[in-house]
Design a protein around this ligand. Structure first.
Ligand SMILES: [Zn+2]
Ligand SMILES: [Zn+2]
Length: 263
């Protein structure tokens, strides 16, 4: 009955306030786990709940869309849980919107884990050196810096004929064209290495971009040394301590003749 939904809608608005968009026909809500910081939120889901005129006798239509950070198995599990919940409620002729939201929130909170592997280096991801993009993809921050470095410095190869003609009209030399192109690229948000969605520069990425801006503008022409090898690698205090420990061990072994230096 329509009045049932009107009553349930009032309750939903009282609980979820601005987080919910409710109408006579149902509601829409973006669901995410409760976390203190955006960088701790690894999963997200959009919920649309459509109410038929004879709700709750008739089943509502529940649509789960735009899953972020969830694998196929996790998403399927959430869909199945909700299908069961809605079927049970409908059989009992009970309203179920709040239960659907709560069930999904609980599920998302359980699944709120970053992926275990960085797709750039295939090494394990650790929470102390992880960067999450707006599209919910996670990388080591140091790997993402390397990616941005390569992207910015390989722009010349990617330059289209139109880009070249446009810049040629403004600048006289190839060096000036390359520098202008680099500047343009740095001003644009770079695409995510996985899904190509633009990664707007937040504070962390801006800092990374500044480090990149301090790098030499082109790759070493002799090709003898990899410029990436010399990129600043943000180390955690723990990594730094470990590095110092190994350095001391190396020096001790070197002094005792345990290591033969080729140079
Ligand atoms: Zn990595
Ligand atoms: Zn992405």
């Amino acid at each position: 009955m329509a009045s049932d939904w009107a009553e349930e809608r009032e309750t939903l608005l009282a609980i979820y306030d601005n987080a919910i968009e409710a109408t006579d026909q149902g509601f829409y809500m973006r669901l995410r786990p409760d976390v203190d910081h955006e960088q701790q939120c690894f999963v997200q889901l959009d919920l649309t709940f459509q109410v038929p005129t004879n709700y709750p006798e008739a089943k509502p239509t529940v649509l789960l869309a735009s899953p972020r950070g969830l694998n196929h198995e996790q998403f399927t599990r959430l869909v199945q849980d909700i299908e069961e919940l809605v079927a049970d409620a409908s059989e009992a002729q009970e309203a179920c919107a709040i239960d659907v939201i709560q069930s999904l929130k609980t599920g998302l909170e359980e699944m709120n884990q970053p992926p275990s592997t960085c797709v750039i280096c295939l090494d394990n991801l650790r929470s102390d050196n992880l960067y999450k993009t707006r599209c919910f993809h996670c990388f080591h921050l140091s790997c993402l810096i390397r990616y941005l470095y390569y992207r910015h410095h390989n722009m010349e190869a990617d330059m289209t004929a139109e880009d070249h003609a446009r810049l040629r009209a403004q600048y006289a030399t190839d060096e000036e064209i390359a520098a202008a192109r680099l500047k343009e690229e740095r001003a644009k948000p770079s695409p995510c290495p996985i899904c190509r969605e633009a990664m707007p520069a937040d504070r962390t990425l801006k800092k990374a971009a500044e480090e990149i801006a301090g790098m030499p503008p082109t790759l070493d022409p002799a090709g003898s040394a990899s410029p990436v090898k010399d990129l600043p690698m943000p180390l955690s205090p723990q990594q730094r301590k470990e590095q110092e420990k190994r350095q001391a061990l190396f020096q001790r072994q070197l002094a005792k003749g345990g290591i033969i230096c080729a140079s």
